[in-house]
Design a protein around this ligand. Structure first.
Ligand code: MN
Ligand code: MN
Length: 468
């Protein structure tokens, strides 16, 4: 072996190359990532909406010994509790060894995803077809949602106050629904539209039936037949749509992607891909954590975190107040000492579309979790820009725990932009930085992530909870 040159030695000392994570891990560790993702795929298939994510997460939490939080109760180290906010967002906590005034450690991910919501009066018949009017939820390229098999999910509250859960189309034995698109043969005019309007909002109409009810005395027989089927199945009438939350999401399951099965293709990686690791990190805590560990699965991130189940509402500070008050401590003492990983996805570099990225400062598939110091747009507007001190703290923690991580901006300067819940956490006087999984085709009906990156998210949240 020839001796290293001065340049080689200096380079080793001063420059850290970030390799593909599969080259950093041995085969046993790679297998652990694949195994972890079997659970993740099952979660994706079970929890396609925020309500389903809350239900499934509570089921898993109760199996791990978590119980509903009781207001006014003084909890002891090791106690495992959860708070269900209106069946659409969820907070889980494991009480730590340190008194709560030392702060809590938070991993917060969102469980809402882009989709097509039904309008309050959705059902109509036109030309002997029954269709549903939709209003899209979150930022989507609408044209991507045409001709995709869709399933119907949600809840309907009937006139008598009882409610029914709806879920049709995920099981292969059930029918699916679809937004139809124009055939290419007759699309000369449509093809001249910009991509933003290739399918317009009021063209996102979902086909739900075509067979008429057999009675010549009535009009709109196809619509009537659909209402009859809904009545038989759920006992609802048309007016009940007014007090319902129904949406359409892709009907297919999560799948391994690539011959090497190194990736997962699915609907709603954004942000189940951080929600599931954040959930598992708190469920898997074996020892009592040093500080109280908190996982938050929140709603409404995709439409700005507004509403009482979004993180811009008071439900998080109220929860912290409920933890603190039995000790005679104001919530603000807890919040100011707390730390948070805002667990959301970032864009992964796509070699087909390199121009929107700045190659030195973007995230890549398989290089681990991505830390995003700031998001925003137009000169960092509307973001929580994490401090050098907190970046330093998280960087040391991840390196100490052997978590593979990278740094990433959300695209090149002025290429676009976006935001996360980080700024709403920062608003509460908590130290926070974004840390999550890089995604290809974000907000499409079929998004792509790397299994290794998913596993590293789990390791990162566990590191935060267990860090001494
Ligand atoms: Mn997100
Ligand atoms: Mn998103």
């Amino acid at each position: 072996m020839s001796e290293k040159t001065a340049g080689e030695l200096l380079k080793e000392q001063l420059i850290r190359e970030r390799k593909n994570g599969f080259l950093e891990l041995d085969d046993a560790e790679c297998n652990k990532a694949y195994d972890f993702c079997e659970g993740y795929k099952a979660y994706l298939d079970e929890a396609k909406t925020e309500r389903e994510a809350v239900t499934e997460s509570i089921r898993m939490a109760e199996a791990a010994g978590f119980v509903p939080m009781e207001k006014g109760k003084k909890y002891a180290p090791g106690d495992k509790i959860y708070y269900n906010n209106r069946d659409k967002s969820l907070i889980l906590a494991v009480i730590g060894q340190e008194p709560v005034k030392k702060g809590v450690r938070i991993a917060v991910a969102h469980i809402d995803s882009p989709r097509l919501d039904l309008k309050p009066r959705p059902l109509y018949e036109d030309s002997e077809l029954a269709l549903l009017k939709t209003h899209y939820y979150g930022g989507i390229k609408k044209y991507q949602w045409g001709t995709v098999p869709l399933s119907l999910h949600g809840v309907i509250v009937k006139a008598d106050g009882t409610s029914v859960q709806v879920r049709i189309g995920d099981d292969p034995s059930e029918p699916v629904f679809v937004v139809n698109d124009l055939l290419i043969h007759l699309a000369d005019e449509q093809m001249k539209r910009t991509a933003a309007t290739a399918l317009k909002g009021e063209e996102m109409n979902v086909l739900i039936g075509s067979r008429p009810f057999r009675d010549d005395a009535v009009s709109e027989k196809v619509k009537l037949n659909i209402l009859n089927l809904l009545f038989e199945k759920y006992g609802i009438c048309e007016e009940d749509f007014l007090s319902a939350e129904l949406c359409l999401v892709p009907a297919y399951s999560a799948r391994d992607l690539g011959l090497d099965k190194s990736m997962i293709g699915s609907y709603a990686h954004d942000d189940r891909v951080c929600a599931y690791p954040a959930l598992m990190a708190i469920l898997d805590l074996k020892e009592v954590p040093p500080c109280t560990a908190v996982t938050i699965l929140t709603d409404k991130e995709e439409i700005g975190s507004d509403g009482n189940t979004g993180l811009h509402s008071a439900y998080l500070p109220n929860f912290v107040a409920d933890l603190a008050e039995p000790y005679g401590i104001p919530a603000r003492w807890v919040l100011t000492a707390s730390e948070c990983l805002s667990a959301d996805v970032n864009a992964a570099f796509d070699p087909t579309f390199p121009s929107v990225m700045e190659k030195n400062n973007c995230a890549y598939l398989n290089k681990g979790v991505v830390i995003t110091k700031y998001t925003g747009a137009r000169g960092k507007s509307s973001t929580s820009d994490a401090s050098a001190e907190f970046m330093g703290r998280i960087r040391r923690m991840l390196d100490r725990e052997g978590v593979i991580w990278q740094i990433g901006e959300l695209g090149a300067v002025d290429a676009g932009g976006g935001g996360t819940v980080a700024k709403y956490v920062a608003e509460l006087d908590v130290d926070v930085v974004d840390l999550g999984v890089p995604v290809l085709s974000m907000h499409a009906p079929f998004e792509t992530v790397s299994k290794l990156d998913v596993f590293m998210a789990y390791r990162a949240f566990k590191a935060l909870f267990e860090d001494q």
